[in-house]
Design a binder for this molecule. Structure first.
Ligand code: ZN
Ligand code: MN
Length: 156
């Protein structure tokens, strides 16, 4: 009995370790499904439910970040330190943005509101370079106008 329990604990931490490594080694901000496929290369018997459970646990511990882009687009990030993201409205890719953090904004807002502001998140949205010069447009007319505007600027 005791031994079985121990084995289960070791297995669980092994699963978490593999999952964490997969997430650390990619810059793509993957979905749980993608992570599941990658983890299965090392642990073929792992279930999607286990992957979800471990992702939630790691996020609760602050070791990874869970990013929400609407229900269908939950993604995970192996870099827990605050940083900004750019989300492409065409291909859905999420890029890290190498911008210094606007820590002053937190202080200003704390002063202005009288709240205690200790964290902020910034998400930029638009069309990535790959999509501007490569793939076809998926989304609405506004985006198409924006795109052709960018193309014109590019060709001028
Ligand atoms: Zn794109
Ligand atoms: Mn990121």
């Amino acid at each position: 009995m005791k031994n079985n329990k121990k084995t289960a604990v070791v297995r669980r931490s092994k699963q978490r370790e593999v999952l964490f490594k997969v997430l650390k080694e990619t810059k793509s901000h993957p979905t749980a499904d993608w992570i599941y496929q990658e983890v299965r290369k090392t642990l073929p018997n792992i279930s999607l439910g286990t992957v979800y459970r471990n992702l939630r646990l790691l996020a609760e511990r602050g070791e990874i970040i869970e990013l929400h882009y609407g229900d269908a687009q939950r993604r995970f990030d192996g870099t827990p330190e605050n940083h900004y993201h750019f989300n492409c409205r065409n291909c859905g890719k999420v890029y890290d943005v190498e911008e210094p953090l606007k820590k002053d904004m937190e202080k200003d807002l704390s002063k202005k509101l009288g709240f205690i502001v200790n964290h902020h998140r910034v998400e930029f949205y638009g069309i990535c370079k790959d999509c501007q010069y490569g793939r076809p447009i998926k989304e609405g007319k506004n985006e198409e106008r924006y795109m052709s505007g960018l193309r014109r600027q590019g060709n001028a």
